[in-house]
Design a protein around this ligand. Structure first.
Ligand SMILES: [Zn+2]
Length: 297
């Protein structure tokens, strides 16, 4: 990967879209954002094109495009159907961007992109084995094992939101009961309390943290890892109460010798994580083409 590589970084979520330029050191130089419009596929696409044109005009030559996008999607983002962007169903995001930009394009799940960002420039820097999570409207995750981001059979590895943390609990959008996402996401908390998640009391905040800690303990035991980095508006908004409860639950549930001492900490990239992660998705793709080890950093 060229030392001077500049990446057009794109983060696509249900609330907003953001586009930036990220250099080879992972520094974000430009960012433009817009609210994600409701409506049909073309309306959403035109908003994205406007942001891409702005950044490309301001940034000059860039070498590749990296995208973090809400799932589900087919491997490589050939067909994306973000749950919270109803206008995009099997939308051909990668090929549209390749045509628009005339550059190589890589697309991955936004939580996997965040995992790459945290290993590159955030709280998991220098760590080869960790899980990164987003606890916000939904719950997402990405896992790095032995320095490599896990993809799974279809690119969907890391869906920690569907670990079952309350057997017989609330019905999840996936159809199962008691998934972490059905109990600890912002959407779930609002449904349970009847008020926005940000207004939840300390009892709810502690319970949410404990459930996240329970899921992380299972991941730590399963995958022999000792670090979880957690972001998202619910986790970061609940702050110390959340992280204290999560750590206490992790301490009591990750007891097998190799998992003891596992830590759960806030993300280190702040609100730049999604764009830095999108750039990391492109770098990972370029490294793959170059034939070198596909690493998280
Ligand atoms: Zn589920």
């Amino acid at each position: 990967v060229s030392a001077n590589l500049g990446v057009l970084a794109i983060d696509i979520g249900g609330t907003k879209m953001e586009v930036g330029a990220v250099d080879a050191a992972g520094e974000l130089h430009l960012r433009r954002r817009a609210a994600t419009p409701s409506g049909d596929a073309d309306r959403v696409w035109r908003t994205l094109v406007g942001l891409v044109d702005d950044v490309r005009t301001a940034a000059g030559d860039l070498d590749a495009v990296g995208v973090g996008c809400g799932g589900p999607m087919s491997r490589g983002g050939e067909a994306v159907s973000p749950l919270n962007i109803s206008g995009w169903r099997a939308f051909p995001l990668r090929s549209r961007l390749a045509e628009l930009c005339g550059l190589p394009v890589w697309v991955d799940n936004d939580a996997k992109a965040l995992a790459l960002a945290e290993g590159w420039r955030g709280a998991a820097r220098g760590v080869d084995d960790y899980v990164a999570m987003v606890v916000s409207t939904g719950v997402g995750g990405g896992i790095v094992s032995g320095g490599r981001l896990l993809d799974g059979a279809g690119g969907n590895a890391g869906h920690i939101g569907h670990l079952i943390v309350e057997p017989g609990g609330r019905t999840c959008a996936c159809g199962a009961r008691g998934c972490l996402e059905a109990e600890a996401s912002g959407t779930a908390i609002a449904a349970i309390t009847g008020a926005p998640a940000a207004e939840a009391d300390a009892t709810v905040r502690r319970r949410t943290g404990a459930l996240v800690g329970r899921a992380v303990a299972s991941v730590a035991n399963l995958l022999d890892l000792r670090l979880a980095v957690v972001g998202g508006s619910v986790a970061l908004g609940y702050g110390d109460v959340f992280f204290g409860a999560a750590q206490a639950e992790l301490d009591s549930s990750a007891r097998i010798e190799f998992a003891r001492g596992a830590q759960i900490v806030p993300v280190g990239c702040g609100d730049e994580g999604p764009l830095v992660g999108a750039a990391a998705v492109a770098r990972r793709g370029l490294e793959g083409i170059a034939g070198s080890e596909v690493t998280a950093r």
